[in-house]
Write a protein that binds this ligand. Structure first.
Ligand SMILES: [Zn+2]
Ligand SMILES: [Zn+2]
Length: 274
């Protein structure tokens, strides 16, 4: 299995650090063959809301230029991809689709952080404390997955960051999410940033083992995502190895590739998806 990572942030999101190139250097040092940048997507809000955890729309061209320059510079040593991590905000999906296509992004991943929009919607990682919010997480996740836009579902077990215990509702929610993802053919991400957080704060958030047991039982495919917010997070294999051990023990299929919107010509492949 190749060592790949499609979940990498940059300092543009205000809560990550290090230069873009430092992420590439760290990935190279640790033997990664593919490094996909998927910084938090900008959104073109209708309101005057200014997000403090994502780049502004006007920063997108500079972000993509930087990633593509690194792709050229490091060609032959590591494959670099240009993507975004996006929520599912129904009222802005036309804008997002257009942005993805105009900018020829290689892929986007689905991080269902906020309900409907971060302008006014709650953060699922803090607010999912009861059945009603759990319902919103599941419904919006399934709607997002059904859009067919996302290469994979990042930290699908995000709700376990704050949901009190893995009760019958949490188990049912997990089953619904996994069944939906399986049906739609969308892989689920085992998130290493979450594993680092669990370890640092001695908590049992995501990735949550009970969720992954259900994912395995439902026949889902896993992708390991570093969710790097600092270059050095690409230099350690501790959480990756732990994750691989768990997922393999559960008999899960683990993918080192994700579906790309664009086929890289420099790999000798001629087919380009419409
Ligand atoms: Zn982040
Ligand atoms: Zn992320």
């Amino acid at each position: 299995m190749r060592k790949t990572n499609y979940h990498t942030h940059t300092a543009r999101c205000f809560h990550a650090s290090g230069s873009d190139e430092a992420y590439v250097e760290s990935a190279l040092k640790n033997g990664y063959e593919v490094l996909g940048f998927s910084d938090h997507s900008p959104w073109n809000y209708n309101s005057d809301y200014v997000a403090t955890m994502r780049m502004a729309p006007e920063e997108l061209p500079g972000y993509l230029a930087s990633v593509r320059a690194l792709r050229e510079k490091y060609a032959g040593r590591i494959e670099i991809l240009a993507g975004l991590e996006c929520e599912y905000y129904p009222r802005y999906m036309d804008w997002l689709r257009q942005t993805i296509s105009e900018n020829e992004l290689d892929y986007v991943i689905f991080g269902n952080h906020f309900y409907r929009s971060d302008e006014d919607g709650p953060y699922f990682g803090r607010a999912t404390k009861d059945r009603a919010m759990l319902r919103r997480y599941v419904d919006s996740s399934l709607e997002g997955l059904e859009s067919g836009l996302y290469a994979y579902f990042a930290h699908p077990d995000l709700f376990m960051r704050c949901y009190p215990g893995f009760d019958a509702d949490a188990r049912a929610a997990s089953r619904e999410l996994c069944r939906g993802a399986k049906q739609l053919g969308v892989p689920l991400e085992y998130n290493l940033m979450g594993a680092l957080y669990n370890d640092s704060y001695h908590v049992d958030g995501y990735p949550f083992e009970g969720f992954w047991r259900i994912a395995a039982a439902e026949g889902c495919t896993a992708v390991i995502g570093v969710d790097a917010h600092a270059p050095e997070q690409l230099e350690t294999d501790r959480f990756r190895d732990e994750g691989l051990r768990l997922l393999r023990g559960l008999g899960m299929e683990i993918a080192d590739e994700i579906p790309l919107r664009t086929r890289r010509r420099d790999k000798g492949s001629r087919d380009q998806r419409p």
